[in-house]
Design a protein around this ligand. Structure first.
Ligand code: FMN
Length: 179
């Protein structure tokens, strides 16, 4: 089949997310100026540069993770192994602002070193990031979309030593977003 996304696909489900899949999940922890902690998964997430090490995530609509990151200029991108998938899913709850999803999903926090938001203690890796850019991608006709892309330079990297073998880091079975 062929379809033009702006004209519809005629299928019962939108295939766009399934086409670009699987995707890694950035499990984004943030803190706002009031000190409220937030944790949520973002599969519109990836690393986009190595030197400097830059990652970004995209919020469809300005959700708490994007607004907290903009407020304080910091976020942590925790990586999700498959054994954490269920808890990661729980943290996608549409909770009112101020609800700490670490507590809601029964996840231990660990302090970060160079940024204020805590990280997920059990995550195989966690990237401490400082926001470098926030932008709203435009549609072809120049109209604004609802997406907010938050990019950050990784200023600190945590790797669980269990995943270091002979100086190389190996990946645990990742939890990926299938669609
Ligand atoms: C596996 C998974 C991936 C997700 N990826 C995204 C994403 O890339 N962008 C987005 O806006 N929402 C995504 N969501 C939904 C958000 O996690 C959800 O809306 C959450 O409540 C946002 O929390 P926040 O307002 O605390 O940032 C995803 C949910 C799950 C379970």
């Amino acid at each position: 089949m062929f379809y033009e996304p702006s004209k519809g696909h005629g299928l019962p489900h939108d295939p766009s997310k399934a086409i670009v899949a699987p995707r890694p999940i950035g499990w984004i922890s943030t803190l706002n100026r009031a000190g409220e902690i937030n944790l949520a998964p973002y599969s519109f997430f990836n690393a986009v540069s190595t030197r400097p090490f830059i990652v970004w995530f995209s919020s469809e609509g300005e959700k708490d993770s994007a607004s907290f990151a903009q407020e304080t200029g910091e976020f942590v991108a925790n990586l999700v192994s498959r054994d954490l998938a269920e808890k990661m899913n729980r943290t996608s709850v549409n909770a009112p602002r101020g609800v700490n999803e670490f507590v809601y999903a029964d996840l231990a926090m660990a302090p970060s070193r160079l940024v204020a938001p805590p990280r997920v203690a059990a995550a195989p890796a966690a990237l401490e990031c400082k926001v470098t850019e926030v932008f709203r991608p435009k549609a072809l006709d120049g109209s604004p979309t609802s997406a907010v892309i938050v990019a950050g330079e990784v200023v600190g990297v945590h790797i669980d030593d269990a995943f270091l073998t002979d100086g190389r880091s190996t990946s645990p079975k990742p939890a990926m977003s299938p669609v």
